[in-house]
Ligand binder design. Structure first.
Ligand SMILES: *[C@@H]1O[C@H](CO)[C@@H](O)[C@H](O)[C@H]1NC(C)=O
Ligand SMILES: *[C@@H]1O[C@H](CO)[C@@H](O)[C@H](O)[C@H]1NC(C)=O
Ligand SMILES: *[C@@H]1O[C@H](CO)[C@@H](O)[C@H](O)[C@H]1NC(C)=O
Ligand SMILES: *[C@@H]1O[C@H](CO)[C@@H](O)[C@H](O)[C@H]1NC(C)=O
Ligand SMILES: *[C@@H]1O[C@H](CO)[C@@H](O)[C@H](O)[C@H]1NC(C)=O
Length: 283
């Protein structure tokens, strides 16, 4: 019953959003009396064309491929008509970064099916980034991710948008950056990622936005988050054109069947969420 009401509440919120009218924090109603109704700050306003040029993606061993390429591919399409965009692939060293598991235990079949991606910059470089993306992957379970979390701590205050994909949110939480923020993550790794650090974790949610912090659910949600970013900062028409070109139907913020597939108890509802955010609707 509570689940059903919660969903109705979320649907109501989304409907209100799509009409671009202010969202009232009324969705506490169907929840138990002391349920927190998380408030998320509006997305900051920028003109992407002039203000969001330098885009960084963090790489580490055993990153998830789509978490990275699901972000880069739509942005590369955007760059076809915008030569101001610069891509920074940032890792601890300039050595090619492999998707190979961190330990042999996590590779019981002794597979050799691991592509690499060559970074362009290292964590030691002082970059002037506008957006930083943090992918997830099995590498987030590396017991020593200090190099990555230190880099996130150092870079977070300087970027205009800080976006995580999947279990990348766990790295941000481990770095202490999501404390008090609304965030979501991989629904099949929900408990494990939550254990990595504090956040107002939200489910169901395909992606959520809390001020400059954007976070998405697992893997292919990277695409949906990126289309929402393009739509919000470069225009909904640009985002829709690219989504059509890539033949992807972007999910809306709360389209999250995976929360159900993985039996995740819905969290407290989101009020004032995704304010200032738009997304392309192709259907
Ligand atoms: C709600 O919170 C108040 C104050 O914190 C407390 O006294 C009350 O017992 C709580 N009610 C429920 C149903 O948990
Ligand atoms: C953003 O800046 C570009 C380049 O100056 C300009 O053409 C465009 O109209 C601006 N967009 C908005 C929404 O102000
Ligand atoms: C794992 O595979 C590599 C080749 O990819 C091979 O050299 C190695 O002997 C294999 N190890 C085991 C334990 O099978
Ligand atoms: C999401 O979680 C599942 C279950 O732990 C895991 O198999 C998958 O690799 C995770 N995806 C990423 C990108 O971390
Ligand atoms: C963790 O990794 C960093 C480099 O990434 C290294 O300098 C440090 O010694 C490692 N710490 C441990 C406890 O292995």
């Amino acid at each position: 019953m509570i689940l059903k009401l919660a969903l109705l509440c979320l649907v109501a919120t989304l409907t209100t959003l799509s009409q671009a009218t202010p969202v009232k924090p009324t969705c506490q109603r169907p929840f138990p009396p002391n349920t927190t109704c998380f408030n998320a700050a509006p997305a900051p306003k920028y003109n992407g064309t002039t203000q969001l040029n330098n885009i960084g993606v963090v790489l580490f061993r055993a990153f998830e491929l789509i978490d990275v390429y699901g972000v880069i591919d739509p942005l590369q399409q955007l760059a076809h008509t915008n030569n101001r965009l610069n891509l920074f692939l940032i890792a601890e060293t300039l050595d090619p970064v492999t998707t190979e598991t961190v330990s042999k235990v996590m590779n019981p079949a002794n597979s050799s099916f691991w592509p690499t991606l060559t970074p362009t910059h290292t964590f030691a470089d002082d970059l002037d980034l506008d957006i930083l993306f943090v992918p997830g992957g099995l590498g987030t379970m590396n017991p020593n991710v200090t190099a990555v979390t230190d880099y996130l701590k150092k870079t977070y205050p300087k970027v205009k948008i800080f976006a995580t994909v999947c279990t990348g949110a766990g790295l941000a939480a481990k770095a202490g950056l999501l404390d008090g923020k609304v965030a979501t993550t991989n629904k099949s790794a929900w408990k494990r990622t939550q254990a990595m650090g504090k956040a107002n974790w939200i489910s169901p949610a395909r992606y959520v936005v809390d001020g400059k912090v954007w976070s998405s659910s697992g893997v292919t949600a990277a695409l949906d988050l990126t289309f929402a970013l393009i739509s919000t900062y470069w225009g909904v028409d640009a985002a829709a054109d690219i989504a059509k070109g890539l033949e992807h139907i972007p999910a809306k913020p709360l389209d999250d069947p995976f929360a159900r597939f993985f039996n995740i108890t819905p969290t407290a509802p989101l009020c004032h969420f995704a304010k200032g955010v738009s997304w392309p609707e192709l259907l």
